[in-house]
Design a protein around this ligand. Structure first.
Ligand SMILES: *[C@@H]1O[C@H](CO)[C@@H](O)[C@H](O)[C@H]1NC(C)=O
Length: 362
């Protein structure tokens, strides 16, 4: 038997109460956010976010968010983002409600290259968990930026920038929407599935990361499904692009690295069961000469194991488009690539330079 004084030393020290409690918080204005994020269930009611402020949710681990009405973002020329999500293992149920970025008020055909200052990205994700059924309407420029902190899945997302296909008084004869990327990914362990993007730029652009799945999505009117552009010192590996449909777009499937990039690599990319139709510039474009499409490639990025396997990918272009262009620098596309499940039709044969491709002829 120990004396009681010794026993007392064994009693665990009582730690401070956890920061979050099992309450339900409700947000119907930005003023409600500070209190609501103390709870692990949060309901978002319909409201308008004050122009020039970020609707920022920095959530306790395991929080569930239920969207219960449309959220509209007030107009102001500033850098954004309009919405920001942080937290581990969060569940964000959009329930099909709209996040309306009022893009048409900003669009001038110049995107983030000039003209009005457009808040971008519209939605910045630095979280892990699941985001489902969010309907993003009219992003001023880029829609989603995924820079996740752990495994994340986005499912049932809509990015509807179809209104940006038309010209307006500021854009001359060009589409008013520009640089309206659907998903810009720079994280690992990301799945984007069952989603739809109608826009005027890349449907998906992977800038870096590994273990990325883009499956069963629909991309309309933009620049297609893209890895890149890859800048210096970036690594992309283990990417699966499967079951997607791309229509009326400049490219179907593309990998692009900056001509000037050094120290970068893209490795192990598999395209399976995708279907592209109405492609107007390049059906498949694998290039190391970006911003040119088919120019003088750099050699500072290696592309390896770029395969079309596991199920038929079909790409149909318009008659003046190039069906396949591979524009690799000397020695920087390595190994043999298996393209036995790729079929292209409709356009001109493009050039394939400095890549060893098996199982495919245009
Ligand atoms: C790609 O194909 C090549 C050639 O068949 C093979 O060696 C490689 O393992 C494949 N990579 C993937 C990720 O399937």
């Amino acid at each position: 038997m120990l004396p009681w004084t010794s026993l007392a030393l064994l009693v665990p020290y009582v730690v401070a109460a956890p920061a979050s409690t099992e309450c339900t918080g409700t947000i119907s204005s930005l003023d409600d956010v500070t209190d609501a994020v103390k709870c692990t269930t949060i309901n978002i009611e319909s409201f308008t976010v004050t122009a020039g402020e970020t609707f920022s949710l920095d959530l306790a681990s395991g929080t569930t968010v239920n969207v219960k009405g449309d959220v509209t973002f007030g107009y102001k020329e500033w850098d954004g983002p309009l919405f920001e999500l942080k937290g581990d293992s969060v569940t964000f149920n959009g329930n099909g409600y709209k996040f309306d970025g009022n893009g048409a008020d900003y669009w001038d055909g110049q995107g983030t290259n000039g003209g009005t200052t457009k808040p971008h990205p519209m939605l910045k994700v630095e979280a892990s968990g699941t985001i489902s059924d969010v309907y993003v309407l009219n992003s001023p420029a880029q829609a989603w930026s995924i820079d996740n902190t752990g495994t994340i899945e986005l499912t049932g997302i809509t990015v509807d920038n179809s209104a940006g296909n038309s010209a307006n008084s500021a854009s001359g004869s060009d589409p008013a929407g520009h640089n309206t990327d659907g998903f810009d990914v720079s994280g690992s362990d990301v799945t984007i599935t069952n989603s739809k993007v109608i826009n005027q730029d890349d449907c998906l652009a992977i800038n870096k990361g590994s273990n990325i799945v883009f499956s069963d999505n629909t991309c309309e009117d933009g620049h297609g499904i893209s890895i890149g552009s890859i800048s210096s010192d970036k690594t992309v590996s283990d990417v699966t692009i499967s079951g997607n449909t791309v229509t009326n777009s400049q490219q179907g499937l593309r990998i692009k690295s900056d001509k000037s990039a050094t120290g970068s690599s893209v490795k192990s990319v598999t395209y399976t069961n995708n279907k592209a139709t109405g492609i107007t510039k390049y059906g498949i474009l694998i290039t190391q000469s970006y911003p040119d499409s088919d120019g003088t490639p750099g050699t500072g990025t290696t592309f390896e194991e770029i395969n079309f396997t596991g199920g038929a990918t079909t790409v149909e272009t318009t008659s003046d488009a190039d069906m396949v262009v591979v524009d690799c620098g000397s020695g920087s596309c390595s190994g043999t690539w298996d393209w036995s499940d790729l079929t292209v039709s409709g356009g001109k044969d493009g050039t394939i330079n400095n890549a060893d491709i098996s199982g495919f002829t245009q």
